[in-house]
Design a protein around this ligand. Structure first.
Ligand SMILES: [Zn+2]
Length: 81
């Protein structure tokens, strides 16, 4: 799975937007990362994850979306000075 991009495919192409959330499945105390998603595709990703769970392809647990912290902001600001 490509980790620098949104994991959603649109019409056979990988979504071009940068990811904004980490998608993971939580089962009791274990949490498994299943991909990244941009803010436009959160709902779509949730539906996809649920269907993958029904197919038994991923762990059957609670689907979590965690916002990616903008760690690059300081670097960008420093470059502009
Ligand atoms: Zn996307």
């Amino acid at each position: 799975m490509v980790l620098e991009r949104c994991s959603i495919m649109v019409n056979g192409k990988v979504c071009p937007y940068p990811p904004s959330h980490i998608v993971s499945v939580q089962l009791e105390k274990e949490e498994y990362m299943i991909g990244l998603v941009c803010s436009k595709h959160i709902l779509l990703m949730k539906q996809k994850a649920i269907s993958l769970q029904k197919l038994g392809k991923i762990t059957n647990g609670k689907i979590n979306f965690q916002k990616i912290k903008p760690v690059m902001t300081d670097c960008v600001l420093n470059l502009k000075k």
